[in-house]
Design a protein around this ligand. Structure first.
Ligand SMILES: [Zn+2]
Length: 388
């Protein structure tokens, strides 16, 4: 009995019963060119399960294509089962598993070389710690605290850090890491998984931002020594003085982010999605001039609750209801200011824990317990200015 046209079958077992079974599996009709029997017919006739039949065929026979050959080494394409054979694409170039593996290894080597080059270039222009902008010092230290590996040999890929936050909002985490990368304060770690970057047509590496490991790029310092020097550096009174303006900006930004993260979470709890724009940010910033983050969260909570109630009364979309938050918040704030209300501070939402950057600045540097949440920046930083 001839094999299927386009197939060469090799039977590996001398046992006549198994050999006959494999032949039956691969046998084709000379008239139609199709398989003579369905797989179901065979396994039922042989009184076995379909999985058992497939396993036997895979183990005791090899089916090779007489048409399709590896375009690199000429090895014929091999099929384990009929499904493989039926699923073949004769028009397309094909690479055997060995060649694919070799090509992947070559590609990985080329990718790794590009990343090593980029890392070496970054290290060649590394600045000493003292030359770093204060903002970059704060960001880098917060990033190491948030994502540093246990042995401090590298900064873990962002997607692998599941607990805690770098800043109150994920989008801002990305901006912060990107900024450190663009300014050459960190570089992609050459030890990153090769799947974390690709080579484009110009052979430049394209990085999967969330998946690469990072290395701090500081002249003469790495690992534990860098961590210790960096922490000592930002705690010096001299640093706090030089960094006063940037520290102030950073604190104001953090306060705004705390409020936005709180609002996002509050609305999520009511299943209302909302992306804060310029207007919302401006309103919150205005409120933060008079109130603490904890107090603003109280107003935001009420505005979110009002939006949810508005939606539940019916007749409006979730999106429309969510957009009423800004207006409600503004009215509440105006009333509170006009009537000189005492607004009760909210407690931190369990789902928005204090971020690594906030802990660094408020707890470590300013010596408060989550002061950015419960106290106004003006008061905290004013206090600092009076000490220095
Ligand atoms: Zn090949």
């Amino acid at each position: 009995m001839p094999d299927h046209p386009g197939l060469h079958i090799e039977y590996l077992d001398a046992d006549p019963r198994i050999r006959a079974l494999c032949q039956r599996y691969w046998r084709v009709s000379q008239d139609t060119g199709r398989f003579l029997e369905t797989v179901a017919t065979i396994y039922r006739a042989e009184n076995m399960g379909s999985g058992e039949l497939t396993a036997l065929v895979k183990l005791h026979s090899r089916a090779w294509s007489t048409v399709m050959k590896c375009s690199r080494c000429g090895e014929p394409m091999q099929f384990a089962t009929r499904t493989d054979f039926i699923g073949r694409r004769e028009g397309r170039p094909f690479r055997c598993a060995v060649c694919k593996d070799q090509e992947q290894q070559q590609l990985d080597t080329a990718k790794r070389m590009r990343i090593v080059e980029a890392y070496q270039q970054a290290m060649a222009t590394a600045q000493p710690l003292a030359a770093l902008r204060p903002r970059d010092c704060l960001y880098l230290l917060a990033l190491i605290k948030h994502a540093g590996s246990e042995d401090l040999s590298h900064i873990r890929p962002y997607c692998q850090v599941r607990h805690g936050r770098l800043t109150p909002m994920r989008d801002v985490d990305r901006d912060l890491i990107t900024q450190l990368w663009r300014t050459g304060v960190i570089a992609v770690d050459p030890e990153s998984d090769t799947a974390a970057f690709e080579l484009d047509r110009e052979q430049d590496a394209r990085v999967h931002f969330n998946e690469v490991r990072w290395q701090p790029v500081i002249q003469g310092l790495s690992g534990l020594a860098l961590y210790e020097h960096l922490e000592a550096h930002v705690l010096q009174a001299d640093f706090m003085q030089r960094a006063a303006l940037e520290l102030h900006e950073c604190c104001e930004h953090l306060a705004l982010l705390e409020c936005l993260a709180f609002l996002e979470t509050a609305l999520e709890e009511y299943r209302l999605g909302y992306r804060a724009g310029v207007k919302t940010c401006a309103m919150i910033t205005r409120a933060l001039q008079c109130y603490t983050v904890a107090q603003v969260c109280n107003l935001l909570h009420r505005a979110a609750r009002d939006a949810a109630a508005y939606y539940q009364r019916g007749g409006v979309s979730r999106d429309h209801a969510a957009k009423t938050v800004v207006g409600s918040f503004e009215r509440l704030m105006e009333k509170a200011l006009a009537n000189d209300w005492e607004i009760a501070p909210f407690k931190r939402n369990f789902n928005v824990p204090q971020s690594a950057l906030s802990r660094l600045i408020y707890n470590r540097m300013l010596g408060t317990d989550d002061g950015g949440f419960s106290q106004r920046n003006e008061v905290l930083l004013g206090h600092l200015a009076s000490i220095s």
